[in-house]
Design a protein around this ligand. Structure first.
Ligand code: KG4
Ligand code: ZN
Length: 334
């Protein structure tokens, strides 16, 4: 049987990425041009700057991905591109590039939801067992998702305010740490202890929703009060305590959901899944409950195009195709 070779393209936020994946699981190349250093100067992603950089990089990144995979456009079974959600001007660059290439070489075009991509990063590591439960934690998303079959997503719970990564980034900024704050807090927390009792938002009994704005406010109040009293702020302890609150809620709700739905696998996805404490606590909790856990390596947790090709493979097999009127969908629902 002919292998299915898919080019993935991802430009929803601040990474310009292209990747070639064979049969939905085997990475032949995985190119990422990060804009992190540029956005650092502004303390966050500036949409106009992001779009401009995507335009500058997209062709080179796609060419590199094809070259490293030793694949010519004519050998591609399909092009899979992130159609949303994300920054509209950023998404449009990937969508336009994918459409142009699909049209020029007459290659089928497949649209992918960014979160489906994050989930499918796990399938580049291990074959899925159903049902499974994924904790998606990124800069823009915090969701618990149940899957009973390929390409079908049921949202069990989601954040009611800030995303987990957003909370990390905001608290990091308040601590005077550079963007992106998640890895900074992760690092700083290792030097401290979780001695400060910050709140944990459990919400109503049985709810799989999340809320992080109360925790964020509690940390900001703590910092304001300490500096008003002229105290030296124990930054490593603040980082460790904040992180403990986030991780405890994430792990507890994920394990409860996995048990309630008889999950055969727990999957982690999104940039915050790089967090060392979350990985550690999730491993321990899943081991205690006998739940098989999959954690992708860091380079597959943060934005990349291999995950888009992996999720696109499922859409391709289902026969889902986009036409030349494909647009970017900044608020696309899963
Ligand atoms: O998935 P991602 O690369 O982009 C989005 O789709 O949002 O996630 C980026 C987020 C940022 O908020 C960043 O601070 C967070 O992931 N992050 C971390 C860590 N590494 C990245 N958060 C906590 N600990 C980390 N080690
Ligand atoms: Zn992402």
């Amino acid at each position: 049987q002919e292998p299915v070779i898919i080019l993935g393209v991802e430009t929803s936020c601040d990474e310009t990425a292209a990747s070639v994946v064979r049969d939905g699981r085997e990475i032949l190349s995985n190119e990422v041009a990060s804009q992190m250093e540029i956005h650092k100067r502004f303390g966050g992603v500036v949409p106009e700057v992001a779009s401009r950089r995507h335009v500058e990089h997209i062709t080179i990144v796609i060419e590199e991905a094809l070259k490293k995979a030793n694949v010519s456009p004519d050998q591609l079974s399909a092009i899979a591109v992130t159609k949303g959600p994300g920054l509209v001007g950023a998404l449009l660059v990937g969508v336009s590039a994918a459409k142009a290439m699909a049209y020029a070489h007459q290659i089928p075009l497949v649209g992918v939801h960014h979160i489906a991509g994050h989930i499918y990063a796990n399938r580049l590591i291990t074959e899925f067992q159903f049902p499974n439960v994924t904790l998606v934690v990124s800069g823009g998303h915090t969701e618990l998702i149940l899957m009973k079959e390929h390409g079908e997503y049921h949202i069990l719970g989601e954040t009611r305010d800030d995303a987990a990564g957003e909370a990390y980034d905001k608290v990091a900024r308040a601590l005077g740490l550079p963007y992106p704050g998640g890895p900074q807090i992760d690092r700083l927390a290792k030097e401290g202890e979780a001695t400060i009792d910050f709140p944990r938002a459990w919400l109503e009994a049985g709810s799989y929703d999340f809320s992080f704005s109360g925790l964020k406010s509690a940390v900001l109040n703590y910092l304001n009060q300490a500096s008003q009293r002229g105290e030296v702020i124990p930054k490593p302890d603040v980082a460790a305590s904040f992180q403990e609150s986030v991780v405890e809620v994430l792990v507890t709700k994920t394990v409860h959901a996995a048990q309630a739905y008889g999950a055969k696998q727990v999957l982690l996805a999104g940039g915050v899944a790089c967090n060392s404490r979350l990985r550690e606590e999730m491993k321990q909790a899943c081991a205690e409950q006998g739940l098989p856990l999959v954690i992708p390596p860091a380079y597959l947790c943060t934005d990349n195009a291999a995950m888009i090709a992996a999720a696109g493979y499922i859409e391709y097999l289902k026969g889902n195709r986009e036409q030349m009127d494909l647009n970017a969908h900044p608020g696309l629902m899963l």
